[in-house]
Design a protein around this ligand. Structure first.
Ligand SMILES: [Zn+2]
Length: 535
């Protein structure tokens, strides 16, 4: 028994020894990046300058090379900030009655037409989840012409437990709010309002308000591209009052929209909006550093590690705090990224492929930094073996499990299993697939470009804690601190979980950088065609 224990310890030590990865170094990065000095790391602010210079300096210190524009560590990303002003108005009129909604309390949103003042007055049509998905024989519009109409929608998708139908419990891209607006624009609607419910959105109204009631980073509109005069949300209560004008209720319409026979419902209401906006053109930046591979034939190929550095900046005060520090989201991921890069640079013998480290901008504003990278890649997507993303980590200690949703869809699945086994981690299916996390972080634009990509997250079974602990701390964080000024670093944080994730990511990266066959998506996957095209 004793001998066996000793052997096990030795094996663990061997597995751990060459991996000089330390939670305490991650802590130092997180503490700095999440400090008030960095003002919440809003894109295009002083906080950005400080955060990105820090990241570039750290990369330089470990000997990673600049991989950005003109020999620098920075890839410039031009954006247009659109900040809806507090005087924004939204009202509904029917049968001689008018109802006014209050900005932030009842509604949030912006015009996507990028004008200092946008206005509309349009007929409201309820269009369910706003989905057209031929592969699931689903069409919420049934050919009804919604050009010039204001669509009233729910986010999310038809409820399902069948994995072949809208991914079962998991959300597909059809369920994401960004899809709703894109679809509304494709159909020529003047705008789209999502009625918020905590269940369909996956987070409370406070999250919608703090994420949207501020400057929104938009990609500059290409000439002639259709855009919405209003892309917004309305709270459940305000939605209830709006629907009452048409003699309807939220619950009733939610139920109707879960049926394949659903047809758009003209509400007999006109919705009017007046949206003054402050426009600000600015350049933000991704930070990019590389460590060349050792194999002359493979050096031109890369493995990407990514984490977004941005958060919400300075905003609306909550408990008199205006700085949205973004410690968990995502100073934590940046700390992990830097620690992996440091360990990689310290390897005596480098892996065959090049490692590319990307600290991405403007994730919170809709994955803008990763979208820009995917459109302007530093290594061609066809030559990119994999992308591992790190976004949002809890400081509650080590877990027995790890979540790598999407990995099972790629040929990297065996190395993922191997790395998990070596770390004695159980691979857990996404504990909250209904949150649609696959489409909510920066690996998604990489996958759309064909790169086998997924995020690496901690699981929810904590060492030395009851089984329900993970669920409890998630719910507490999600309802109280997510996208709030209280997402702050504290000295009592336990970094062991982040250290574990960094080790796992590092091991997996080694495999992806050395594997003979270029990784790809499995047959039949939604991203395989993009992979084939990227060759
Ligand atoms: Zn994040």
């Amino acid at each position: 028994m004793q001998r066996l224990l000793l052997l096990l310890c030795l094996a663990a030590a061997c597995a751990a020894q060459p991996l000089d990865i330390a939670g305490e170094r991650i802590r130092a990065h997180v503490k700095f990046l999440a400090s008030d000095l960095l003002e919440g790391r809003g894109p295009g602010t002083r906080g950005e300058a400080l955060a990105t210079e820090y990241l570039a300096t750290q990369f330089a210190l470990i000997g990673a090379r600049p991989a950005g524009d003109d020999g620098t560590y920075f890839q410039n990303v031009p954006l247009l900030g659109v900040e809806t002003q507090p005087s924004a108005q939204l009202s509904a009129a029917a049968k001689g009655k008018t109802l006014a909604f209050r900005y932030l309390d009842d509604f949030v949103g912006a015009s996507e037409r990028q004008k200092p003042l946008d206005q509309f007055d349009a007929e409201a049509v309820f269009a369910g989840h706003g989905i057209v998905a031929p592969e699931f024989q689903w069409d919420d519009f049934k050919g009804v012409d919604v050009r010039g109409k204001l669509l009233v929608l729910f986010t999310n998708e038809p409820p399902s437990t069948d994995e072949r139908f809208f991914g079962g419990r998991a959300l597909t891209y059809y369920g994401r709010w960004s899809y709703k607006y894109e679809q509304a624009a494709r159909l020529g609607a003047i705008g789209a309002i999502l009625i918020h419910t905590t269940a369909t959105a996956g987070y409370p109204w406070e999250v919608v308000r703090s994420s949207w009631g501020r400057e929104e980073p938009q990609v500059k509109l290409a000439p002639g591209k259709p855009a919405l005069a209003f892309a917004g949300w309305i709270s459940r209560q305000a939605g209830q009052r709006l629907l009452a004008m048409a003699g309807k209720r939220v619950e009733e319409l939610l139920k109707l929209s879960g049926s394949r026979d659903f047809r758009p419902i003209p509400l007999g209401i006109r919705i009017r909006g007046r949206l003054p906006a402050k426009l600000r053109e600015y350049t933000t930046r991704n930070v990019a550093a590389l460590i060349p591979g050792s194999d002359e034939l493979r050096r031109g190929e890369a493995v990407i590690f990514s984490a977004h550095w941005d958060h919400l900046g300075i905003g609306r005060p909550v408990n008199r705090d205006t700085i949205y520090n973004g410690a968990v989201d995502n100073a934590a991921g940046c700390g992990i990224l830097l620690e992996i890069a440091r360990a990689w640079a310290a390897l005596e013998r480098k892996p065959r492929r090049t490692a590319l480290f990307l600290a991405l901008t403007a994730e919170e504003g809709g994955l803008r930094g990763s979208q820009y990278y995917a459109a302007n890649p530093l290594v061609a997507p066809g030559k990119t073996a994999a992308a591992f993303n790190f976004d949002g980590f809890y400081p509650f200690g080590r877990t027995k499990d790890v979540v790598v949703s999407g990995a099972e869809r790629t040929t990297l699945w065996p190395p993922v299993q191997e790395a998990a086994q070596r770390m004695r981690l159980e691979i857990k299916p996404d504990p909250r697939p209904e949150q649609g996390s696959y489409y909510r972080s920066d690996h998604f634009p990489f996958a759309q470009a064909g790169i086998p990509a997924f995020s690496i997250k901690e699981g929810d079974q904590y060492h030395g804690k009851p089984e329900s602990y993970g669920k409890k701390v998630f719910e507490e964080f999600n309802s109280k601190h997510y996208h709030q000024p209280s997402d702050e670093y504290r000295d009592d944080w336990d970094l062991a979980g982040m250290e574990q994730i960094a080790r796992f990511g590092f091991l997996l990266g080694l495999s992806a950088a050395n594997i003979e066959q270029m990784p790809t998506w499995r047959p039949g996957d939604e991203f395989l065609p993009a992979r084939e095209n990227s060759k």
